[in-house]
Design a binder for this molecule. Structure first.
Ligand SMILES: [Zn+2]
Ligand SMILES: [Zn+2]
Length: 174
C-alpha cells in the first residue's frame, strides 16, 4: 500500500519500478494516493498547491509514465474524463454515480483475475475483466426524489394518483 507513504517509501517505489525520481513525480504520486479516482486536472490542482507551478502537460505526461510503469492505474469510464489511482494490480472494479461522478472501489467479484468468466472466449486468452457499476450515490439520491413511476401509488402526489387511477379505470372499461 502506498497510502501512508512518506517520501523515502515513494522514492524506493519509483526506483523499484525504474522511474527516475523527481520532485514533480513524487508530488504527483502523493496527489494520486491522497485523492483516489481524481482526474488529471484535479491532480494538477493538488500538485500546484504543493509545489507551485507545474504545466498541465507535465502532469499528463507524468501520469502516462506512471501508468506505463504500473505505479498508477488509469480508469476510463465511458463519457467521463480518465481517473487515476494507486491501487494497482488487484483487478478491482468501480461503482460510479451517474449524477455527480463520485467513484468508489468494488472488490473483485470473485477474487482472482479474471473474476468474470466470459460465456464464450472467442479463442482469446482472457486475462482481465473490468466492470463499471453505474448508479446514484446516497447524496444524489437524497437530493433528487426517485422517478414517480418507481414509487408506490400511496407515496405519489394526489394529482398523479388520480391520473393513474383514471387510466386503470379506462382500461377496465375497454
Ligand atoms: Zn452522486
Ligand atoms: Zn479504484
Amino acid at each position: 500500500m502506498t497510502n501512508t507513504t512518506d517520501d523515502s517509501d515513494l522514492v524506493l517505489l519509483l526506483r523499484r519500478h525504474r522511474v527516475q525520481v523527481t520532485a514533480q513525480r513524487l508530488a504527483i504520486m502523493r496527489a494520486v494516493s491522497s485523492r483516489p479516482h481524481a482526474t488529471a486536472d484535479e491532480l494538477a490542482d493538488d500538485v500546484r498547491a504543493v509545489i507551485g507551478s507545474i504545466s498541465r502537460q507535465a502532469v499528463y505526461d507524468t501520469l502516462g509514465l506512471l501508468v506505463d510503469k504500473h505505479l498508477v492505474r488509469r480508469i476510463q469510464p465511458p463519457g467521463s474524463a480518465a481517473r487515476f489511482e494507486d491501487r494497482v494490480d488487484d483487478n478491482h472494479h468501480h461503482l460510479i454515480c451517474r449524477t455527480c461522478g463520485s467513484t468508489v472501489d468494488i472488490d473483485c467479484a470473485v477474487g482472482a483475475v479474471p473474476c468474470l468468466t466470459a460465456h464464450d472466449d472467442h479463442g482469446f486468452e482472457i486475462d482481465e475483466a473490468e466492470v463499471v457499476y453505474w448508479g446514484r450515490c446516497p447524496a444524489c439520491r437524497a437530493a433528487t426524489p426517485e422517478p414517480a413511476s418507481q414509487r408506490p401509488a400511496s407515496e405519489r402526489p394526489a394529482s398523479e394518483r388520480h391520473m393513474s387511477e383514471r387510466l386503470a379505470h379506462a382500461k377496465e372499461q375497454q
